[in-house]
Structure formats: C-alpha cells, structure tokens
Design a protein. Structure first.
Length: 192
C-alpha cells in the first residue's frame, strides 16, 4: 500500500475552544488555514524573541496534523515528535510542547484540552526530545493511541508548542538545517 498523504496546519490562537471540541470541527478549523510543512516559506513562525533583558519565551503555536488520503491503509499509530535539528548554543534554549485534544475530551493522561489564546502558563509543558523518543508522545484528538483511517477519517493530532530562549543565546534566524541556526522538528508514525 502507498503511504498516507498528510498535512500540517497552524490554528490561530484566537480560535475558540468550542470550535475544536468535535472531530468534525477540528477538520473544519484547519480547512482554511495554510499548510505548514517543509520548504522555505512553509515554516512555523515563532516570531522574534527579544532576549535583550534576559531569557524570554516565544508565542505559543498550535499545530494540527491530519491524513488527507489513506493510501489504502486502515490505521496510523505510534506517533513520535521531536526537535530533530537544534542549533541553539545555550542548554537552556529549548522547545516545549503539549499534546492537545478538543475541549472536554477523554484523553490520555498526558494530553490536555485546547485553550484559546493560550500563553506559556496555560499548559503543563514537556521539553521536546532532541532525538526520536522510544515511546509515543503525541495522541490523536479523539481515538486514544491510534487513528482509524477510511475515506471519511475525521481525527487529527493536535499540539501546542513554544520556544524558551535562554539569556545569551546566539541571535539569528533559526530554521530548517541552516548551518549554526538549525531548527527543525520531526514527526514519525506507523501505518498499515
């Protein structure tokens, strides 16, 4: 079978929680948003983080991932997310993330409900690993640890993330695999 076709999309932080509390609404929420993926111009833009006064945090970004064509497969599972390329010089500069569900969903214990206009104080963050994690660390929004696929698949992965930048970090534009300024994330999953 062919591998599934997937996409990443950003959700505006002003999106109301009620707009994401069902699977159908989560898909509708991403339908009008630009795809973010690989390639210049498709990055998640964390904006400028001003560390002139010391350590500082970027804005929170919310990402959704879904399968747009199943390729003849019936399930995707074992979702692993990590910061695969990190050009920061300071050990205190990290990316933090939190798996999300829609509002008031039954979720795995380390998944939290989406919060509109969330700041860094609104979630219980984990530091993104910098190599492939041994166990799953992202979860579908309404199906537990795996996502069933069919022509009407309505589930997504959703997570929030931000950059915590340490005082004294080398300034520059961090993206992709730019020498000394790398910043690239990876998502790995299994399908059958």
């Amino acid at each position: 079978m062919a591998e599934p076709t997937t996409r990443f999309r950003l959700i505006p932080q002003t999106t109301a929680a009620a707009a994401l509390d069902t699977a159908a609404e989560r898909l509708a929420a991403i339908s009008g948003e630009a795809v973010v993926s690989t390639g210049e111009g498709n990055e998640v833009d964390f904006g400028t983080v001003d560390i002139s006064g010391g350590a500082a945090d970027s804005d929170v970004k919310t990402v959704l991932w879904d399968v747009t064509a199943d390729g003849g497969n019936t399930v995707v599972e074992d979702f692993k997310f990590w910061l695969s390329s990190n050009g920061f010089d300071q050990a205190g500069s990290v990316m933090n993330f939190q798996p999300l569900s829609g509002a008031d969903q039954e979720t795995p214990s380390d998944t939290e409900n989406y919060i509109a206009e969330a700041g860094v104080e609104d979630y219980s963050w984990a530091t993104a690993p910098e190599s492939e994690p041994e166990t799953q660390n992202l979860f579908p929004s309404d199906e537990g640890s795996s996502m069933a696929l069919d022509t009407a698949s309505d589930d997504v992965l959703m997570w929030a993330m931000y950059l915590a930048i340490a005082s004294g970090e080398t300034t520059g534009t961090y993206r992709g695999t730019v020498t000394d300024y790398e910043l690239q994330m990876s998502l790995k999953y299994s399908y059958s």
